[in-house]
Design a protein around this ligand. Structure first.
Ligand code: ATP
Ligand code: MG
Length: 400
């Protein structure tokens, strides 16, 4: 392997003015933590980028970790050479020759950060270009659409030559947007919603409602597996499992058929709000998408949302199912989500729940319902699963 360094570039971060250094610090902490398994790496934080010195660690594996971390725009593989034109020529040619499949066209883009370097950028471009043309066959210069754009950066004490780019995950670094409580079912949608919240820099904790013995151990395991998947994106996710059987039985016995679903959701949201308060989350996120099912019409959202003052964030609101599935496949949650174990939502529900519930009816039906006692009982039974490793625990404390 030819490359010595990976240069991690920030993207959107550069726009963030005063907060910039905080953002970079957070990103640096996350990168450092996630790369811990690679013992030989050396990391350096610069104003514009983070430099990862490979020291023999496998570039592809390190890159695989980096491309999942939010807040990173691009990862560039680079070599470092001395600040003289002969070393640059050799380095540039080495990179070109390292492409096993061969390339047909190239371009050199030199930039001088060190203005004392005796050659101008154009001069460097021409000199390196000529060197490559003389020492290779069947390769041409194409300044508009080259197979490879060799970026050359003349720095204060050395020169970097970038050969390969990897696209980063974009978004904002973990912790830059505070904490969100994600309502996580075992379905396809809510894990995607969680991923998108993480992408915008939120630390996610998840809450799942389950109804044993009507829902089984495998349904529970499914949610744990989904939580683990989400944890691979920047920050570890804590999972709160809430016992929901009694509430569902009470709803079945005391609520009109066609309002059961609305009532169930209102109870879920009330409990989620309490948990959010306790865990310091400022918003709740769900996997709802407008009009997808009966509980996701505007009327339903209006009636369900009434019970909380917290913002309910719905990152999938305007997406079609195919778009959601696309992301689920990309982030590798799809195969877990389609395992055939039902969560509590389908229990005791009529085949045709009301698509246009209203607040007035909902409040009337709830008048005699022991809301507070049921919520308290559920909260007392919460089981919290912490799948993070010890080291990541400290990381999360530092990020928030
Ligand atoms: P998903 O694919 O996320 O299960 P869905 O299309 O099945 O969504 P619903 O069953 O109406 O839609 O659920 C809407 C949202 O309510 C879910 O995206 C999730 O955020 C939340 N939710 C549903 N069931 C549960 C549950 N058992 N525990 C926690 N949250 C839930
Ligand atoms: Mg579902």
């Amino acid at each position: 392997m030819i490359y010595d360094y990976l240069i991690v570039r920030f993207g959107e971060l550069t726009l963030k003015g005063k907060n910039r250094s905080k953002f970079i610090d957070r990103l640096y902490l996350t990168v450092k933590e996630k790369l811990k398994p690679f013992k030989q790496l050396k990391l350096k934080k610069h104003f514009d980028d983070i430099e990862v010195q490979l020291n023999g660690e496998p570039m592809q594996q390190v890159t695989d970790v980096l491309t999942k971390i939010f807040g990173i725009q691009t990862i560039r593989a680079a070599i470092k050479v001395e600040n003289n034109i002969e070393s640059m020529k050799k380095g540039a040619l080495d990179i070109i020759e390292s492409y096993e499949d061969g390339i047909k066209t190239f371009k050199i883009s030199a930039k001088r950060k060190n203005k004392r370097f005796p050659m101008g950028s154009d001069e460097i471009n021409r000199s390196l270009g000529a060197h490559i043309l003389t020492n290779t066959e069947n390769i041409k210069v194409d300044v508009h659409n080259p197979d490879i754009n060799l970026r050359v950066e003349v720095m204060e004490h050395e020169t970097r030559i970038y050969g390969k780019d990897f696209k980063g995950a974009g978004g904002l670094p973990a912790g830059s947007s505070g904490k969100v409580l994600l309502m996580l079912s075992g379905g396809i949608d809510s894990p995607v919603a969680g991923y998108l919240m993480q992408k915008r820099g939120a630390i996610v904790e998840a809450v799942h409602f389950h109804s044993p013995p009507y829902t089984n151990e495998r349904a529970r395991q499914k949610v744990i597996d989904l939580t683990e998947k989400l944890s691979s994106f920047g920050s570890q996710v804590k999972l709160h499992i809430v016992p929901f059987t009694n509430i569902q039985l009470q709803i079945r016995d005391k609520m009109p058929d066609n309002y059961r679903m609305t009532m169930m959701r209102r109870m879920m949201l009330r409990i989620a709000e309490k948990l959010a308060e306790k865990r310091g989350a400022l918003a709740i996120a769900t996997g709802e998408s407008l009009g997808q099912v009966a509980s996701q019409t505007l009327e339903s959202m209006n009636t369900i949302n009434e019970v909380t003052n917290l913002p309910v964030l719905r990152p999938l609101l305007t997406m079609d199912k195919v778009e959601i599935i696309d992301i689920a496949q990309k982030i590798d949650t799809y195969d877990i989500s389609i395992r055939p174990y039902e969560d509590c939502c389908t229990l005791f529900l009529p085949s045709a729940p009301k698509t246009k519930p209203n607040r007035e009816h909902a409040n009337k039906f709830e008048a005699e319902f022991p809301i507070d006692a049921l919520i308290q009982e559920a909260l007392d039974g919460v089981e919290t699963i912490d799948i993070r490793e010890q080291s990541d625990k400290t990381l999360m404390d530092e990020l928030l």
